[in-house]
Write a protein that binds this ligand. Structure first.
Ligand code: ZN
Length: 262
């Protein structure tokens, strides 16, 4: 049985799905010959056993943590493996699937499955029309969209930064420093994030002093975040929120055209 891998949006468009609530992953899996089983698993977040010759697969998703949005991302990730790495038996750890520290790490196969999951759960054509309802890119917009698309705030913020709806960055820090970041294409590559949080940043207070999550963007000098020469001449907006005992996530929205890629 020959199989030509498709991008997530091709699958959604072939099914004529138009709204986020129409993205029924079990139904999509079934149509691709994959049966989904939710169960408690130890040491792995999801796995797939597939047979390319008969076009059938069994996907197991860990439901021990009870986080439905995480299970949804895990299933979308495994569907990405089924589409692009058909026939392989894969065990995917928490670090492989979306998750904070795994985002930029791991083999390209895992990155590919994460990209597929992002595109399946948050397709650009649906996001574009949903964004018409919002005037600015901040964490309120991210939260409302993450509810509409049933994904985590981090997954939604990452996707919006990646799609470059506004010049922005998403960064994850823990007490040890910067874990990972995503920069939208329109932001100049010469802007390097500081390796550790500046005490002037809101993220620093959230992580180290137990301060509350920011409820809105706050304006500050760009050198609070970047150690690139000349950063003190520009301003940006920060909004940070805690995602775990030892992790804070920050959305930075850039204001100055001098900070854009040329
Ligand atoms: Zn995987």
């Amino acid at each position: 049985m020959t199989h030509s891998p498709r991008r997530a949006e091709e699958i959604l468009q072939a099914l004529r799905l138009k709204r986020p609530e129409d993205i029924n992953l079990e139904a999509i899996a079934w149509l691709q010959g994959a049966k989904v089983d939710y169960r408690e698993m130890d040491g792995c977040e999801a796995c797939i056993h597939g047979r390319a010759d008969v076009g059938r697969a069994i996907i197991a998703v860990n439901d021990a943590h009870g986080n439905l949005r995480r299970q949804r991302f895990s299933l979308a990730h495994e569907l990405g493996h089924w589409e692009w790495h058909r026939g392989e038996h894969l065990f995917c750890a928490k670090e492989d699937i979306g998750g904070s520290k795994g985002r930029e790490r791991g083999m390209s196969r895992e990155k590919g499955a994460n990209r597929f999951a992002s595109e399946l759960l948050m397709p650009e054509f649906m996001l574009k029309s949903a964004l018409n309802d919002f005037r600015k890119f901040d964490m309120r917009t991210v939260r409302l969209l993450s509810d509409a698309f049933s994904v985590s705030k981090t997954a939604m913020a990452y996707r919006l930064v990646d799609l470059d709806f506004e010049p922005s960055l998403l960064a994850s820090y823990s007490r040890g420093g910067l874990n990972w970041f995503k920069r939208s294409k329109s932001v100049g590559e010469r802007w390097f994030l500081r390796r550790t949080l500046d005490p002037q940043s809101n993220a620093h207070d959230i992580l180290h002093k137990g301060a509350r999550d920011d409820i809105s963007l706050s304006l500050m000098d760009a050198d609070t975040w970047f150690d690139t020469e000349g950063a003190d001449r520009y301003e940006l907006a920060e909004q940070s929120f805690r995602v775990g005992d030892d992790e804070v996530m920050t959305l930075l929205v850039l204001k100055s055209e001098y900070m854009m890629a040329r």
